[in-house]
Design a protein around this ligand. Structure first.
Ligand SMILES: Cc1cc2nc3c(=O)[nH]c(=O)nc-3n(C[C@H](O)[C@H](O)[C@H](O)COP(=O)(O)OP(=O)(O)OC[C@H]3O[C@@H](n4cnc5c(N)ncnc54)[C@H](O)[C@@H]3O)c2cc1C
Length: 395
């Protein structure tokens, strides 16, 4: 297969090689067996199953893209993406996938911006079952990062003392490791952000109870508080004052993963929609013969193809550290979340009243979908980013 190049010369993978196909199938099967089986029960109970998480870690899923010298298998980042796509296809649990995306964000950050010591210390833990949270949002607001009040104050003898409260953080109620964004500025009126990583059993860290949410109920989301938490200089990821850069890169990575998750989970739902349209009859013919209903299939297929193609392109740009990644990741996330929620509504509509009943697959799917318009930057923030890129580029 011809591998196209983007205008900037970045290779964009559009087809998996044999090894990647195998990984994709392997993780599809693992997810179908491990994750999908208890998914509805976890949604009903609003619970996270640590055993499922541990069993996934035991398959070496997290180690795939980590270099051999630090406990990984040293495969390409695209290999891991193939595994992630397979996992997303088989899981039937957007909540679990949200937790996975969050974990991936910290692993990626450590791989791209961590020191050798940070990688040696954290990666073996995170790849063998330790759960990570990445915390920037606070109750006062998530879109405007400059509004955060968590502060890390440098100490005369070295290290920092951190105080602040984070809220709505994926994995926080069960996290073993947390990456947090804190202000490190000292001048009034200045804004300097730095990222820190620490174990959640450090003195002064309090993980709150899970929040009761509309959807993604199998993903534990909650507050995490920092009261005079002492960390050493080695806890800073990417350098003091470089937090915004690192955070934007991690958020872009999450947005790209959302594209993969959305394409794969819609692909898993498409047969359900097709079956419904073939089996249900109205006005003497199957729903599949009615054009307004056919349109729902077209929209879902477009969301699948578009989200996947955009995600691959963005992943290629991120991997190459091409500066086009930011625009591309925002377009990916906006397209994917719009397609996911649109298809979620279409699926409910295709099932009529039975799709609107609590406990139906369509109902759960719609509840879960909405979070993708909010987490990792809202749709409005993607639009703002896209507009700003265009304004800079086109005069
Ligand atoms: C399931 C889930 C998981 C999450 N996990 C994490 C996590 O792991 N880590 C983390 O740090 N956060 C997490 N969040 C929080 C998420 O990042 C924030 O909810 C999000 O950034 C929006 O912040 P907010 O809720 O405070 O809304 P606000 O920032 O108060 O915004 C409210 C509304 O106003 C809009 N708005 C704000 N500013 C503008 C503007 N300039 N122009 C136009 N519209 C604007 C927003 O788009 C939004 O619609 C999670 C959220 C969800 C739903």
């Amino acid at each position: 297969m011809v591998v196209p190049r983007s205008p900037r010369g970045v290779i964009v993978n559009i087809s998996w090689n044999k090894r990647q196909e195998q990984l994709r199938q392997q993780y599809h099967d693992i997810a179908a067996d491990l994750v999908a089986s208890g998914s509805d029960a976890r949604d009903r109970a609003g619970s996270f199953d640590r055993k499922v998480w541990d069993e996934l870690a035991a398959t070496d899923f997290w180690r795939l893209q980590v270099p051999v010298g630090i406990g990984g298998l040293g495969q390409e980042s695209w290999d891991w993406l193939a595994a992630m796509e397979g996992l997303s296809l088989g899981a039937r649990d957007l909540g679990f996938l949200m937790s996975v995306a969050s974990q991936s964000g910290l692993i990626r950050l450590l791989l791209t911006s961590g020191t050798a010591e940070q990688q040696r210390h954290w990666l073996p833990r995170l790849t063998s079952g330790a759960i990570a949270a990445t915390a920037s949002t606070e109750k006062s607001g998530g879109s405007d990062i400059r509004g955060i009040s968590t502060r890390a104050v440098r100490q005369a003898g070295g290290g920092f003392v951190i105080n602040g409260d984070k809220a709505h953080i994926t994995n926080a109620p069960v996290a073993d490791v947390v990456m947090l964004a804190a202000r490190t500025d000292t001048d009034p009126g200045a804004f300097e952000l730095s990222l820190f990583v620490t174990a959640t059993d450090a003195a002064g860290i309090e993980r709150g109870a899970g929040e009761d949410l509309l959807g993604l109920r199998s993903s534990p989301t909650g507050p995490i508080a920092f009261h005079n938490v002492r960390v050493d200089d080695e806890a800073v990821i990417g350098g003091v004052g470089n937090g915004l850069n690192c955070l934007y890169h991690t958020l872009a990575y999450d947005r790209v993963l959302f594209g993969v998750i959305v394409a794969s989970s819609l692909e898993a739902q498409l047969p359900q929609l097709m079956r419904r349209l073939a089996q249900r009859e109205a006005f003497g013919s199957p729903l599949a013969e009615h054009q307004y209903m056919q349109e729902k299939v077209v929209s879902m297929a477009t969301a699948i193809e578009g989200s996947r193609a955009l995600a691959y392109r963005s992943f290629g740009l991120l991997d190459a550290r091409d500066r086009g990644y930011s625009l591309s990741a925002s377009v990916t996330k906006l397209f994917a979340s719009t397609g996911l929620v649109g298809s979620g509504l279409d699926l409910v509509q295709a099932f009529g009243h039975s799709g609107y009943e609590s406990g139906s697959a369509a109902e759960r799917n719609l509840r879960d979908s909405v979070a993708f318009k909010i987490a990792a930057g809202t749709d409005e923030m993607q639009k703002k980013n896209i507009f700003n890129h265009v304004r800079r580029a086109v005069r």
